[in-house]
Design a protein around this ligand. Structure first.
Ligand SMILES: *[C@@H]1O[C@H](CO)[C@@H](O)[C@H](O)[C@H]1NC(C)=O
Ligand SMILES: *[C@@H]1O[C@H](CO)[C@@H](O)[C@H](O)[C@H]1NC(C)=O
Ligand SMILES: *[C@@H]1O[C@H](CO)[C@@H](O)[C@H](O)[C@H]1NC(C)=O
Length: 891
């Protein structure tokens, strides 16, 4: 049901080199002209084009961006696009000073290896990954020499889905600076004929309205948007661009019959969308989570959405509410008719919904299913009607049956395919995988509701999609002996304003006609008829159009097949899952689609090494994939200083902040390279953090104690099956068996269930897990040719209050308040560092006043934090002895 093509382009300009800043200034003062408006931090984007060709709902989009470095030092140019998961990238290439570096689609593991190999050689390499989640972000950054040019070209394809009577395409545009030649061009060819075509932009002002050119006649539609430089300006004389928002194209096709069959080159596609059918009454059960975590905004927005939904429920419909916290409550004992009186009563009930308790999801959903089953058996609801269960939850089941596998089994057994289950997951605390699996197993789908000011609208919008069933049990049958590789052809419900699409391949490549047998159950009677089409008719329908891309039906078939295999894969296990995966991978490679199973790799050919004469910095291309909305920037990293953090950094020294004393305690741990230390261990949240020590490049013979640092940190959340491995080279996120890798050259914001990861290129990364415990890992890069030292990591904890009282580990034991008293300050062996006696944990320790460095703000030099230093590996301060904290491996 997702038909949004969401895309935006932004070119990020890195911080200025100081010499360049000077040059820009001088120019600005001397002569302010159009050219200067176009150059932002040395980079001019002289062309940006979005070219979209749609043939029979299948969209083929090409984005090109061309930039030139007008400065006199080399500069980084970033190409950044976000696409929905419903679009597959099919090509990417970049051209630097006339030399093109094409991308190739590879199986994911192979692709990764090639990428890693390229990166280790310091070559240019781009990796396009599909995250397999809601949206995916694609970023490429290239460092180009003064006066050099770079072109980026990205192609992606998508089948536009019909919703609310229209096909809709979103293009989110954000060039961030004025572009001399900016253009959006959309060509649509629909053999059935176009009935309406609209284009609008959220950023388009009244004056700009007439720049959006729109024409359509018969089968062709054309839209173009080409604002001049002045029209792009935010205000008359300013150089900010007003192009910032969504450009939206909507259209529909003419329908003289419910069916449109197209046959080209041995493939067929069938679009089915009957109109003018009477609406089926529906029986709808809302199963709503009212556990404590829904309190506040979430339940308010749920109430608001339910009240709006009640306004839309039709008198023929039946409905009921089931609420689950620790207990399960039902509004009425059975489904009741939506009479005005009942609706009024329902409104009062909804207004009174409060929150309490834990999450008895199993109890709630099973009550709903049983109620619906009973209603059918006892003829409470009409025979010809469409039943739907919509469940909303924001958490994970933790009361009653809480094993998700058991819940899935029970639900599937109880529903028996009789009606679809729609699972709405509110926020990021849900086990979305589980919700999605369970919905797909029961002919429904899962949707995430993003916690935001429009959550109520998202809920309502979902209801609208399923609120007008017109047919149940739709089957589109083609002669079995003629067709192979058919996509899904049975559908539980057909909703008004949507469209069913089926594609397949003829066993005999030369076959040129097809018959389909259509069946479904409508409001008054059964639907049953036969439709026919031959290739000649298709050819005739396509006659006068120029922009058909020859194999589009074959690609549309491949697209649908891959999409459905990936979906089946979610609910499958074992060999079945392996088979789906293998099939989807084969097709992705054959048709060059970047799917969750494949990647696109762009490698700079070896013979072009340093051809630009960029000696000091290799050209870097990095890709990233992002799952959800961008997070707020890591403002907490820049909060006013000093704030007190408990941390471990350097060789390795631990700083334990004692805020109530506005002071700190510190200690070092001296262990051998290779030792893994447990830093944090919380049995309740399941979070552990371990660090592996590395030494210097060679042992320093002059001293007894060798310097050691953290060369590898492992953060795991057992409950979420999440593992994050960080080294000075790379960052690997592992969820279950799925691994995603990044380098420190990436600037990434990754948000997925239970995990938020922000990589601040070459500086630090912020990771936030589950309940909100956050850590900052700082990267220390030393000079590559340093004879002794190597790169290492530091760990800082934020939000340690989100961990449980039972947290332990070398750092974790200090998350609970600790108190100490200092007595008898007296001169020590170093005249600048007095010694003292510290009373802590009922022990007397000799401590020394000193400083340790906090590198959060300034990784190169650090900031001195005064602290009381506990000698001898923290003896007496830490529980037990430091060797108690040595563990066998990172996870
Ligand atoms: C990818 O794009 C490049 C640049 O336009 C082009 O040369 C190449 O043929 C395309 N590859 C495919 C498979 O379409
Ligand atoms: C824009 O610049 C022109 C020429 O410098 C000047 O005459 C005009 O008043 C300016 N308009 C605004 C709105 O500042
Ligand atoms: C998986 O594919 C193999 C080889 O095609 C086949 O023999 C096997 O039956 C399939 N297994 C399942 C569960 O579909």
């Amino acid at each position: 049901m997702e038909n949004h093509l969401l895309l935006f382009i932004l070119l990020l300009i890195p911080a200025l080199a100081s010499s360049d800043l000077l040059v820009t200034h001088v120019r600005t003062i001397k002569k302010r002209n159009v050219d200067n408006d176009l150059v932002v931090n040395g980079i001019e984007i002289y062309s940006m084009k979005i070219d979209s060709k749609v043939t029979s709902r299948f969209a083929h989009n090409v984005i090109t961006s061309k930039a030139v470095n007008r400065g006199n030092v080399h500069k980084e140019v970033v190409f950044d696009v976000e696409l929905p998961k419903t679009a597959f990238i099919t090509n990417f290439s970049m051209t630097i000073d006339g030399v093109t570096y094409p991308g190739t689609v590879k199986e994911k593991e192979a692709a990764k290896k090639q990428y890693e190999k390229a990166v280790s050689k310091g070559q240019t390499a781009g990796l396009v990954k599909a995250s397999g989640r809601k949206t995916e972000k694609f970023t490429v950054s290239v460092n180009i020499a003064a006066a050099s040019k770079v072109n980026f070209e990205l192609t992606y394809e998508e089948l536009l889905k019909r919703q609310f009577g229209k096909y809709e395409m979103f293009i989110k545009v954000k060039p961030k600076q004025l572009v001399r030649d900016f253009e959006i061009e959309v060509d649509i060819f629909e053999p059935q004929g176009i009935s309406e075509l609209e284009a609008e932009g959220t950023f388009i002002t009244n004056e700009l309205q007439n720049i959006v050119k729109k024409t359509f006649s018969e089968k062709k539609g054309h839209i173009s948007f080409k604002p001049t430089l002045d029209q792009q300006r935010n205000c008359a004389n300013c150089s900010q661009s007003l192009l910032d928002g969504d450009f939206i194209v909507r259209y529909d096709v003419k329908r003289t019959t419910p069916d449109n069959l197209q046959i080209v080159n041995g493939y067929f596609v069938h679009f089915f969308a009957p109109t003018n059918l009477p609406k089926l009454p529906k029986n709808i059960i809302f199963v709503i989570d009212i556990s404590g975590s829904m309190a506040g905004r979430e339940i308010e927005q749920t109430r608001e959405a339910l009240l709006k939904i009640l306004d839309d429920i039709k008198e023929d419909d039946f409905f009921n509410f089931i609420l689950f916290g620790s207990e399960v409550h039902t509004w009425k004992e059975t489904l009741i008719k939506a009479t005005p009186k009942n609706l009024d009563e329902a409104r009062a009930f909804v207004r009174g919904i409060g929150t309490s308790g834990m999450t008895n999801l199993h109890g709630g959903i099973m009550r709903g299913i049983n109620m619906l089953n009973d209603a059918h058996e006892q003829n409470v609801v009409p025979k010809r009607s469409a039943s739907i269960i919509i469940m909303l939850t924001d958490g994970q089941p933790n009361v009653g049956v809480s094993n998700t596998q058991d819940i899935q089994t029970d639900v599937k057994k109880a529903i028996e395919g009789k009606y679809p289950l729609y699972n709405l997951g509110f926020g990021y605390g849900v086990d979305y995988n589980f919700l999605e699996k369970m919905a797909l197993e029961n002919k429904g789908l899962a949707r995430r509701i993003y916690p935001d000011s429009d959550s109520a609208l998202q809920l309502q919008g979902f209801y609208d999609e399923v609120s007008n069933p017109m047919l149940t049990d739709v089957e589109l049958n083609y002669p079995e002996n003629e067709i192979s590789d058919l996509t899904k052809n049975t559908f539980k419900h057909f909703y008004d304003g949507s469209e069913i699409v089926v594609a397949g391949r003829f066993i005999d490549n030369n076959q040129n006609s097809l018959t389909v047998d259509v069946r479904g159950e409508g409001a008054n009677d059964a639907l049953s008829y036969t439709a026919q089409q031959d290739a000649e008719q298709t050819a005739k329908a396509f006659q006068e159009q120029q922009y058909i891309f020859g194999d589009y039906i074959e690609r549309l078939w491949a697209y649908l097949t891959i999409e459905q295999l990936l979906e089946k894969r979610i609910a499958a296990t074992g060999e079945e899952k392996e088979n789906f995966t293998a099939e989807a991978l084969d097709l992705s490679l054959k048709y060059k689609f970047v799917t969750p199973l494949t990647s696109m790799v762009v490698t700079k050919p070896e013979d072009h090494d340093n051809q630009d004469g960029i000696a000091d910095k290799p050209i870097e291309v990095t890709a990233q994939d992002i799952t959800a909305a961008m997070l707020a920037p890591q403002s907490f990293l820049h909060s006013s200083y000093p704030t007190w953090y408990t941390s471990v950094d350097g060789d390795p020294h631990f700083i334990i902040s004692v805020p109530q004393k506005e002071d700190a305690i510190c200690f070092n741990i001296n262990e051998n390279p290779g030792a893994v230390l447990n830093l944090i261990n919380d049995p309740v949240t399941g979070i552990t953090v371990n660090g592996e020590l590395i030494g210097d490049k060679k042992a320093n013979s002059g001293t007894k104690i060798q310097n050691t640092y953290f060369g590898k940190l492992g953060i795991a959340n057992k409950h979420l099956d999440l593992k994050l491995t960080v080294t000075p080279e790379k960052i690997v996120v592992q969820k279950g068996n799925e691994k995603t890798g990044f380098t420190w050259l990436d600037s990434v914001t990754l948000q997925q269930e239970g995990l938020t990861l922000i990589i601040n290129r070459k500086k630090n990364l912020v990771v936030s897990m589950g309940s909100g415990a956050s850590f900052v890992i700082v990267l220390h890069q030393v000079w590559k040719k340093h004879p002794l030292h190597q790169d290492f990591l530091g760990l800082y904890t934020l939000g340690s209050d989100k961990l449980s009282e039972q947290t332990h580990g070398l750092l974790g034991q200090f998350f609970r308040p600790i108190d100490f008293t200092i007595l008898e300050i007296h001169p020590g062996s170093d005249p600048k560092k007095p010694d003292a006696t510290m009373i802590v944990k009922n022990k007397e320790l000799t401590v020394t006043r000193g400083w340790q460095k906090d590198f959060r703000e300034d990784p190169a030099h650090g900031i001195d934090i005064p602290c009381w230093f506990v000698h001898n590996n923290g003896a007496g301060l830490i529980d037990g002895v430091h060797t108690d904290y040595i563990v066998s491996s990172l996870f």
